[in-house]
Design a protein around this ligand. Structure first.
Ligand code: ZN
Length: 53
């Protein structure tokens, strides 16, 4: 699973598609999935989405 900010959501989607060749599941982060202070997997910004295969 990747965490992505607004800027990197498409990067995260591309990486999942490359890995599993399926459309990823994109969800807005909520406290059940991850702390709201979780940072993006690709930069230092706060993540807004989780991208899961
Ligand atoms: Zn980012």
């Amino acid at each position: 699973m990747y965490y992505a900010c607004d800027e990197h959501i498409e990067v995260a989607i591309d990486m999942i598609v490359d890995e599993v060749e399926l459309a990823p599941v994109v969800e807005k982060i909520n406290e059940e999935k991850a702390p709201l202070s979780t940072t993006c997997s690709f930069c230092e910004s706060v993540a807004i989405y989780t991208v899961d295969s």
